[in-house]
Design a binder for this molecule. Structure first.
Ligand code: TRP
Ligand code: SF4
Length: 326
């Protein structure tokens, strides 16, 4: 039997290169080795978008399309929407009873998100419980490993704390979980800040070549290279870190023309736009085709929810018994 893994994304905006190279390409590789559950975390999205959730349905369907277009195969992996499987909230409630407030208030991602999403009113009961729901997501499927980026490590630690406390109180149902970290270092946004939906500083998987050209044109480059005749420093250039994603494309040429001041940054931006557009063209065609038939995507998600439901109810039967629910 294959080991089971679970991961998820919040449908709060278009998927971008950060998702592709930070998570998705890793998920695609894991599909053959593990029994995979990939979840569109709409409850988690609602925790921050509750004031205006009008775009969540669109983002959720597009998220599924982006996954499939990037190589997630619904025949191999179970893809589903979190809120379609009600047991997530049941297990979340069970955990909520015994998770001390201090664990949640101290969680570094909590403080960080409050700061980062300052335009949202996030001093809520629900948002404080974000990692408790995430622990429920993972443990509902008894996933042994969770492919995530470094930023999610505090949530996985909390998940282990929560399961240990559950096991101590009610008997050992859950086993320790492990992160499956992705190798790629974090890609910054086109403006050199953290890539973020709220800054709008990303290249989306669905961006057209024109939009990609425009965004590459705005990118921050080596601040020490002002004129064409200045020698450049690729390792200090945010734009160059994007070339690094496409190792077999132009990378040595760019380094060479940059350090020897042979080609200017304007041309380099055009070269990058071409490389990205070409790389994304297959994904873009596929996602556009998928998005022409949204019912097809909805059917896949329905099938996924059925499979997820089966696994989830097995765990909940055990949990209900352990905590004294009849
Ligand atoms: N918190 C994750 C993120 O922002 C999304 C998520 C929700 C998740 N539930 C999960 C990731 C369970 C892994 C496992 O990226
Ligand atoms: Fe960066 Fe390219 Fe300019 Fe070199 S030539 S500094 S790699 S944008």
């Amino acid at each position: 039997m294959k080991k089971r893994i679970l991961s998820g994304m919040r449908p709060t905006g278009p998927l971008h290169l950060g998702h592709l190279f930070g998570a998705l390409d890793n998920w695609v590789r894991l599909q053959d080795q593990y029994e995979c559950f990939f979840m569109i975390a709409d409850w988690h999205a609602l925790m921050s978008e509750y004031e205006d959730p009008s775009k969540l349905p669109e983002y959720a369907i597009e998220c599924a399309a982006d996954w499939i277009a990037s190589g997630i195969d619904p025949e191999k992996s179970t893809i589903f929407i979190q809120s379609h499987v009600p047991q997530h909230l049941e297990l979340y409630m069970v955990f909520s009873n015994f998770v001390p407030l201090g664990w949640l208030e101290r969680c570094p991602t909590y403080k960080e998100q409050l700061r980062e999403l300052s335009s949202r009113k996030l001093h809520t009961y629900g948002f404080l419980g974000y990692p408790v729901l995430q622990a429920a997501d993972i443990l509902l499927y008894k996933a042994g490993a969770v492919p995530v980026g470094k930023d999610q490590l505090p949530h996985l630690e909390l998940t282990n704390d929560i399961l240990a406390k559950f096991n101590k109180l009610y008997g050992g149902i859950f086993k320790e979980i492990k992160p499956l970290l992705t190798g790629t270092s974090k890609l910054l946004g086109i403006d050199g800040r953290k890539m973020s939906k709220s800054y709008g500083n990303f290249i989306a998987l669905g961006d057209s070549p024109d939009v990609i050209g425009e965004k590459c044109g705005q990118m921050f480059t080596d601040p020490k290279r002002i004129k064409l005749s200045d020698e450049g420093h690729p390792d200090e250039c945010n734009l160059y870190s994007y070339f690094n994603l496409f190792k077999d494309k132009l990378l040595p040429e760019v380094r060479e023309y940059c350090v020897n001041a042979k080609v200017g940054c304007a041309q380099c931006k055009k070269d990058l736009a071409d490389v990205i557009s070409e790389y994304l063209s297959g994904i873009r065609t596929k996602r556009e085709k998928l998005l022409k038939d949204k019912d097809f995507i909805r059917d896949i998600l329905k099938e996924g929810a059925k499979k997820a439901n089966k696994a989830a109810s097995e765990t909940m039967t055990e949990v209900r018994k352990a905590v004294g629910l009849v």
